[in-house]
Design a binder for this molecule. Structure first.
Ligand SMILES: C[S@@+](CC[C@H](N)C(=O)[O-])C[C@H]1O[C@@H](n2cnc3c(N)ncnc32)[C@H](O)[C@@H]1O
Length: 422
């Protein structure tokens, strides 16, 4: 595969993240909150990468490639530490300025399971960091001279059985960005000092007419709330390329990887949007990537894609064992009883994604089950509790649990924990 060498835009990119490490973070904030998200939430890695079959006691080696000011590295290292799990999280980035912030965040939390390496992900073989069970690459590949070469470098650093969590830009939800980037290439050329370019960008934003599409796109806020680093990243970045679902899929397959899931899976289901039976008859004839591409094109609001991938050379893992009574369901950043209390009477869970509102139908026993999901009880124990306290039959529980699990998994909200024994 021909590899595009670092070019002038790549040198500008490097300078950008020295001047404006991204995202803006203050290490003092670590005392107040943990920044969490996808990919690389430990619960997602356990579920989507390892199908809830890799024992929690097995040490996890993770690489955060292009780790920036540390969001994913800090989240994963903290999740491992809180769970008392063995592992090492390696932060890798070219930016010394970002490293200083990420290191200060780790120090503020007293995390001892993080290692910081300054360098390019394109030089992974020379860096001699060894193989990784999991690699995060969030918001990086779309800035590289050759995203395919970047992903191939990451795939080459995966241990057998390992997986990758990616975030790449998607075009439709970024409507307005590329027009203003074009304008700023004319008004604030890359040769000018970064601070001067920021000033011009702010002036342009104040003057941009109401027809400028970014004004009509309320789902992008980096230029409004992300400080100079956010503004620069969105509007002055020397290179960013957005990927539709088919382009992303081709990138993944080209690197010898297999797409496990897009997150949230339900968002990529066109049937969630299209209920007309004549349309449904046609969506049924599409393959999974075409279906996801259709959902992307119809919704029109996706600004990023999050994808979990496995090595194509590895045998595909069985699906997470939702039918195993010993498996333990876990909720992501939701309190089970609180969610149970808040469910509407019609049993449909309201969800919002960047302005798109959908109601996700849940089964009759959803509230009773969710109230008992505490990250410790197994599926079998929840069924026992419902039989004992509410007289719910095993058949009714099995049916409704399966229906609830299917919907909540597709929302990336209820997943299965890594097995404790193994
Ligand atoms: C938009 S920031 C994303 C930071 C972080 N992953 C996040 O999502 O918050 C992109 C990061 O990629 C880093 N980067 C760009 N090219 C790189 C390369 N070839 N090797 C390592 N890091 C790189 C930049 O220095 C920057 O910190």
């Amino acid at each position: 595969m021909p590899t595009r060498r670092p070019d002038a835009a790549d040198a500008q990119l490097s300078a950008q993240y020295e001047a404006y490490p991204y995202p803006v973070r203050d290490p003092r904030e670590e005392a107040k909150r943990l920044v969490v998200g996808s990919p690389s939430h430990l619960r997602e890695i356990d579920h989507w990468i390892f199908a809830a079959r890799r024992p929690a006691a097995r040490p996890l080696r993770a690489l955060i490639a292009g780790g920036g000011t540390g969001d994913a590295a800090i989240m994963l290292a903290q999740h491992l530490a809180w769970a008392g799990r063995e592992g090492e999280v390696v932060w890798l980035d070219r930016s010394a300025a970002a490293r200083r912030i990420a290191e200060a965040r780790a120090a503020a939390r007293g995390l001892g399971n993080l290692r910081f390496v300054e360098g390019s992900l394109l030089e992974l073989p020379e860096l001699g960091l060894g193989a990784f069970d999991y690699i995060d690459c969030c918001g990086v590949l779309h800035h590289l001279p050759d995203p395919a070469a970047g992903l191939a470098a990451l795939a080459g650093a995966l241990a057998p059985g390992g997986g990758i969590g990616l975030m790449l830009y998607a075009p439709h939800g970024r409507t307005g960005v590329y027009m203003l980037q074009d304008a700023l290439r004319l008004l604030a050329p890359a040769a000018e000092p970064p601070s001067a370019r920021v000033e011009i960008a702010r002036r342009l934003w104040r003057q941009a007419p109401e027809t400028a599409w970014l004004r009509r796109n309320p789902w992008l806020t980096d230029h409004l709330t992300g400080g100079d680093a956010g503004l620069y990243d969105l509007l002055l970045n020397p290179r960013d390329v957005a990927f539709t679902v088919p382009a992303l899929h081709a990138l993944i397959e080209g690197a010898g990887l297999r797409l496990v899931t897009l997150v949230e899976p339900l968002r990529y289901d066109p049937d969630m949007l299209l209920t007309d039976p004549r349309l449904r008859a046609r969506t049924a004839a599409l393959d999974p990537i075409q279906r996801a591409a259709l959902a992307e094109a119809v919704a029109g609001n996706m600004g990023i894609h999050i994808a979990y991938c496995a090595r194509a050379a590895d045998p595909p893992l069985a699906a997470p064992p939702w039918e195993d009574p010993e498996a333990v369901p876990v909720l992501r950043e939701i309190d089970g009883p609180a969610l149970a209390r808040s469910l509407p009477a019609d049993g449909a869970l309201p969800i919002g994604w960047d302005g798109l509102r959908v109601a996700v139908p849940l089964p009759r026993l959803a509230a009773a089950i969710l109230a008992r999901v505490d990250g410790r009880r197994s599926i079998g124990a929840i069924g026992d509790a419902l039989a004992a306290t509410a007289g719910v039959s095993r058949e009714a529980f099995a049916r409704d649990f399966a229906a609830l699990a299917r919907q909540m998994e597709r929302l990336n909200r209820m997943l299965l924990a890594a097995p404790q024994a193994g």
